[in-house]
Design a protein around this ligand. Structure first.
Ligand SMILES: [Zn+2]
Length: 119
C-alpha cells in the first residue's frame, strides 16, 4: 500500500490515505461535472482524517446517499462518501501531495445515468 497525504487549499482539512489505486475516474453527473473532479476510490479502512473536522462541510442532494465534503473555509472539495460504494471514499486526486495522475489510466464513469429523485 502507498501512503498519501492530502489537504484542502487553506490547509484546514488534512487527511491521509493508504491505497494502491489502479485508475482515476471522472464522473458525468451534474455535481462532479461542475466540480471538474478527478478521483480515486479508497476503502474507508484506508482513510484517516488528520485535521479539520470542524471545517468539513457536507453537501447532499438528490437521493441524499452520497456525502460530498468540502472545506468550509476555502471551499475546496476534498473527498466524498460514495453512493454506489458506501464503504468507500472518492478522493480528489488534486488534493493529494505528489500524486502522479499520468501514472494511472483514466476512466469516465456514467453517474448521470443513475436515478435522480423526483422533487
Ligand atoms: Zn480549506
Amino acid at each position: 500500500m502507498t501512503r498519501y497525504t492530502g489537504s484542502c487549499h487553506c490547509g484546514a482539512v488534512r487527511f491521509e490515505i493508504e491505497a494502491d489505486p489502479v485508475e482515476t475516474t471522472s464522473c458525468d453527473c451534474s455535481i462532479c461535472a461542475k466540480k471538474n473532479a478527478r478521483m480515486i476510490q479508497v476503502h474507508e479502512s484506508g482513510f484517516t482524517l488528520v485535521a479539520g473536522e470542524e471545517f468539513l462541510s457536507t453537501y447532499q442532494w438528490n437521493m441524499r446517499i452520497a456525502r460530498h465534503h468540502f472545506c468550509a473555509r476555502c471551499g475546496i472539495y476534498t473527498f466524498h462518501r460514495k453512493r454506489m460504494a458506501p464503504d468507500s471514499y472518492g478522493i480528489n486526486i488534486y488534493c493529494l501531495d505528489g500524486f502522479d495522475e499520468r501514472a494511472l489510466p483514466h476512466r469516465r464513469t456514467e453517474g448521470a445515468a443513475l436515478s435522480v429523485a423526483e422533487e
